[in-house]
Ligand binder design. Structure first.
Ligand code: ZN
Length: 367
């Protein structure tokens, strides 16, 4: 997700903070300083720093559990409602995902146990409502409340909370990953709506959390559907092979003809050997037509070609390249460097529809 930046790295895992997490910390710190004086402000800063530490430890619970199954975690991102460890891949077995998901809240329970047994902290139910208020002296008691809150809150069965993953893992044991994710995401979004509704009558920060949970549930559903649709597929499986290209000798008039005849918005330009030599987009074509006229050479108005994708590349990786490039389509070449197709985001949407209808559908080898 955008809006986050890296603050450091531990054991090969980069720690990123989402901007909203930082705003949340500032909101708590400044709020306490304004209502309770500078000392209360500093006390809040100390508290939120320790709380931040607990969140990091929670995430490393997940990360170390995942490592047991040979899964690395390149990035962990901290949000106001907790952290999200971006595992390199999902655990293959639902039982493993269950262990990885439970490892985070287990860390908070362990911290809570240390606070109770080691520091003699006690859980006062009144503490929960006073978490945002100044003047609480007993740091250990507040940390205890925070860790119990972290453990309980993360077990809410909605993505991106661990409870959502626990629910998905339990459902996946019977339904398979894609269906389990869809059901878990739907339950999560329903909970988000209920949470947002409660926010109107209670703490308004619930509305903010609800919006976040709703979006995260949808993103998780999409990501899993995408991974599943592209698993084992190559660029050749999904690319458009029925497309118009322009020879280097073409004119703007030829390009206009192709524009009207097809639904394409980008035209690859190929040289005499069939290799990509450039790309002509619809806006560039229209500008060229207006400024240079229909007789102008394509050579003078096309943009240089982007680095082409190879037909044998894994589709999932190629789609990431396409999305990062911001282009509508990318050229696909064969082993000899000749243009054999175009990859568009619409292709992948179509593939996902096909795989959703028939998960075992075999794509014909093309290109
Ligand atoms: Zn967690």
């Amino acid at each position: 997700m955008p809006w986050s930046f890296t603050i450091g790295s531990i054991a090969g895992t980069a720690i990123r903070i989402h901007l909203t997490f930082l705003l949340f910390l500032i909101w708590i710190g400044v709020g306490q300083a304004m209502s309770g004086g500078v000392a209360a402000g500093w006390s809040a800063v100390l508290f939120v720093s320790l709380l931040f530490g607990c969140v990091v430890l929670h995430e490393f619970g997940h990360i170390l559990a995942a490592r047991r199954y040979g899964i690395r975690t390149p990035v962990v991102t901290l949000y106001p409602i907790g952290g999200v460890a971006s595992l390199e891949r999902l655990p293959e077995k639902p039982a493993q995902e269950l262990v990885v998901a439970l490892a985070g809240p287990a860390v908070n329970i362990a911290i809570a146990a240390v606070l109770v047994l080691g520091l003699g902290a006690t859980l006062d139910t009144g503490d929960l409502s006073r978490l945002q208020e100044p003047g609480q002296e007993r740091l250990a008691a507040r940390l205890l409340v925070a860790n119990v809150f972290l453990a309980v809150f993360n077990m809410i069965p909605a993505f991106p909370m661990d409870g959502g993953r626990v629910l998905r893992a339990l459902l996946a044991m019977r339904l398979g990953a894609v269906k389990a994710t869809r059901v878990a995401a739907t339950i999560g979004q329903a909970l988000a709506v209920a949470l947002g509704f409660a926010g109107f009558f209670g703490n308004p920060i619930l509305i903010f959390i609800a919006i976040f949970v709703y979006m995260a549930a949808g993103a998780e559903d999409e990501a899993v559907a995408f991974r599943s649709a592209t698993a084992g597929a190559t660029v050749a499986d999904a690319m458009v092979t029925d497309y118009a290209s322009l020879p280097l000798t073409a004119t703007v008039a030829d390009a206009v003809e192709s524009l009207l005849r097809t639904t394409q918005e980008e035209f690859p330009v190929v040289d005499g050997w069939g290799r990509p030599a450039g790309i002509l987009t619809r806006p560039d074509l229209i500008v060229a037509l207006r400024d240079k006229g229909e007789g102008a050479a394509i050579l003078d108005v096309m943009a240089p070609p982007s680095d082409p994708l190879h037909a044998s590349e894994p589709l999932g990786k190629a789609m990431e390249v396409l999305q990062a490039s911001g282009r509508l389509a990318m050229s696909v070449v064969d082993a000899n460097g000749r243009l054999v197709g175009l990859l568009t985001s619409a292709n992948v949407a179509e593939m996902m529809m096909v795989r959703a209808a028939r998960p075992d559908f075999q794509f014909r080898r093309r290109g």
